[in-house]
Design a protein around this ligand. Sequence first.
Ligand SMILES: Cc1cc2nc3c(=O)[nH]c(=O)nc-3n(C[C@H](O)[C@H](O)[C@H](O)COP(=O)(O)OP(=O)(O)OC[C@H]3O[C@@H](n4cnc5c(N)ncnc54)[C@H](O)[C@@H]3O)c2cc1C
Length: 472
Amino acid sequence: MSVSTEALEDLVDELGNIPHSSEARLLRAKSRDRFAQSPVLREVMRGRVADIYIAPRSKEELRVTVGACVRHRIPITVRGAGTGQFGQGVPLSGGAVIDVTGITGIVPTTLGTVRALTGTLLVDIDNEIRPTGWEMRMHPSTKNQSTIGGYIAGGHAGIGSCQWGILRDRGNIVALEVMTAEENPRFIELTGEDVNIVHHAYGANGIITEVELPTAPAWNWQELVIAFPEFDQAARFAVDLCESEGILKKVVSVQQDPLPTYLPDLAPYVPQGHSMVLAMVAEQCMPVVEDLIAANNGHIGYRTDEEQGAYGIPMYEFTWGHAMMHYQRVNRKLIGLLALFPKDDLYDSIVRINRDFAHLGPTHIEMKRFDGGLSAQGSPVWDFESQEQMTEITRQLQEAGLDIANTHTPTLLASGMKPWAAAEAELKRVADPYGLLAQGKSDDETVNEVTEATALPSKGWKYRLTASDVQR
Ligand SMILES: Cc1cc2nc3c(=O)[nH]c(=O)nc-3n(C[C@H](O)[C@H](O)[C@H](O)COP(=O)(O)OP(=O)(O)OC[C@H]3O[C@@H](n4cnc5c(N)ncnc54)[C@H](O)[C@@H]3O)c2cc1C
């Protein structure tokens, strides 16, 4: 236990009837996220457990909870649905896990945006607005499980990113309401460029209480399983599809042979030895998409209306983070890296890396736009042997021209996915004066043993500097 018994007892007194528990099994369960997908984190995260689990049911109960934790200097880890994959939801130094999944609801907004309380499930938001002809611009492949606050604090992109870019792209988050971790917590509304100060900060510089996102027209999406005799043809099709601005698409996922065979529900639609593209495109765009498939020697193995597939789940649950989950069901040792392919050399670099690293294993990439251009994210998928092996592969792929983020670490510093600059540090000083939020995860803290144990020689992702970054 990292918190004194007296402090915990005093905290419990202040919580009153706000649901809480220190039952050991519950604490273990609520101190985990999906970090076990990483063979590195399976070891490093072992035994890191909170001292108390608290589940406020409203923003007011959250305010009471946070104020009490701060007064007793108890570390705070906020928890959504716990689907983060990097161990970012694990309480590294014990304390309180505050589960916000009870704080739900959709707040009325103007046309073109949707605003919801932090614990609202993404699927509930989409279900609410779909009848109006609108939908969220993007969501993770965990739309059915994860919360809007957790997505903004722990995620970065997903289904829709091949059309709209990533969350941190200007305009993709409209506003965030954030609660400070002070003895008397306050609410701060962030808009404009400032939303990115808190986005993907793992809750280290503020607790998100409300999120406002832009919406997009909800087309009649078609789910397509497309097979190509050669990987290069699949890659060419994926790049051409995404570079066709007039075609409305939502996901474009390239999975090289034999990866389709690791997805038993899709394998029957992909001939032996073929590579696969999973795509969602608007129905009215199908004729031109069919032409593009034919031009690249591919064929549609299966087509259905959105979420009507014979495979029983939405097609996007075979893409993005879900793809590795399925692969690991066949072989738990399989792993990959979150590498970005260069925008100015996209198709050629995909083909080159695939050829030069064929000895590692087949390639899985997701097409995504960011900073105004098209890129692809992913890497070859290989059998994990050791941290040394992963270090060497990271070095080689980086030398070959990829920008790599370390997704096998819960610390922002070692990850390199989010810039932690003066604005992030300044908000942390204001919103978390006692350093209780997401302890051990932000760059402001001294390099701890977790950062060291999980470090890779990755240089992280680079984003274009904006005028406001420079001013800040
Ligand atoms: C199979 C799989 C597929 C995935 N696919 C994608 C994908 O396509 N795109 C993508 O971006 N991500 C993806 N992810 C990871 C992604 O981060 C989560 O799925 C999801 O968006 C997180 O939501 P959650 O409610 O589970 O958050 P949690 O896992 O509970 O929390 C995530 C992080 O945010 C913090 N946090 C949670 N709520 C708050 C809050 N209110 N205020 C401040 N901090 C908070 C937590 O402490 C933690 O650090 C995937 C994960 C899995 C397991």
